[in-house]
Design a protein around this ligand. Sequence first.
Ligand SMILES: Nc1nc2c(ncn2[C@@H]2O[C@H](COP(=O)(O)OP(=O)(O)O)[C@@H](O)[C@H]2O)c(=O)[nH]1
Ligand SMILES: [Mg+2]
Length: 347
Amino acid sequence: MSLEEVRALAHTAGYEIIEIFRTRYRNRIGSGLLERISYMSEEADTIIFYGNPSPSTVFQLMKATRKPVVDRVQLILEIFARHAGSREAKLQIEMARIKHELPLVREYIRRSKMGEYPGFLGPGRYAVDAYYRHLTSKLARIRRQLEKLKDTRRLRRNARRRLGLPQAAIVGYASAGKTSIFNALSGESKPVGEEYFTTLHPKHKLVTGKHGRIVLVDTVGFIRDIPPEIIEAFYATLEEIVDSDTIIFVVDISEPLDTIREKVVSGLDIMARIGAVGKPVIVAANKMDLTDPSHAGKAISIIRKILDERGIENTVIPVSAMTGEGLERLLEVSTKKAYPKSLHERG
Ligand SMILES: Nc1nc2c(ncn2[C@@H]2O[C@H](COP(=O)(O)OP(=O)(O)O)[C@@H](O)[C@H]2O)c(=O)[nH]1
Ligand SMILES: [Mg+2]
């Protein structure tokens, strides 16, 4: 796990990092470090433990800092929640959240039965018992709702297709610049007027390019090493990619070549896994302002090669969301790629 990844995910979830501590142990905290953290945490609203701490480590931290503790799974779920468009995705996220919280509540109950009342965290023992029962029955309810929703998903997709508006999904890893590009491309245009979309989600915008109008979608993006327990929620949050006619894959071109290669390959793997295949991919080689032409040139040929080898129709466009370089062409190509096919298919 890299510091860059921690920063990127925390930024995407809306946190500002004020201090980073490294633990000597994988998922535990030694007493010296705990003391330093509790001293520093005065200024923080939240403690992020970027790993898989046991419930008892979480308690230790909460007790020492008196702040809410968010682990890696929770951090990722917060990011999903910011992007979840459909009811199904929201329910999947809620289900994952509850499943993740149950062991913690169990630990809470265990401690209070031993006479250790972590009262400063909230309610006493009986309230916690009731809360546990509330969570488990909510979990059962969500499971039933998800079963029902499976049948309606296909209908919803057809409804979007009947509107005849092509859709382009903006994908990429955290901090590649997806939202910056989404904002830059849709800056001039108003939020989508059609009733269907305004009620859908603020991360959809209707934009007008040279070849017509398309709906742009700012997606949650890809995350490495998604824990298996939240993989369903991840796929549900990414379903807008499957619904799209074309993919804008934003790549931070200023990163090392190996990182770029690895991210492009694993991003394509995720798309294949959720069934987002057979769509043209437009690679927005972003942050051109941060890199020199020779590095960018090498990165672009690596990206082209990966896509070509997989037989994916692709165009790579150097852009900078910062300076605006290449954005006009990006929009032009995106509308062009999204249109002809959809017109044929939808009549
Ligand atoms: N220098 C530079 N910074 C950029 C560019 N595009 C995005 N950024 C910065 O990269 C960070 C992540 O951007 P954001 O759009 O939030 O990425 P997202 O996580 O993919 O949505 C922000 O600090 C942006 O200001 C670019 O073209 N050039
Ligand atoms: Mg974003």
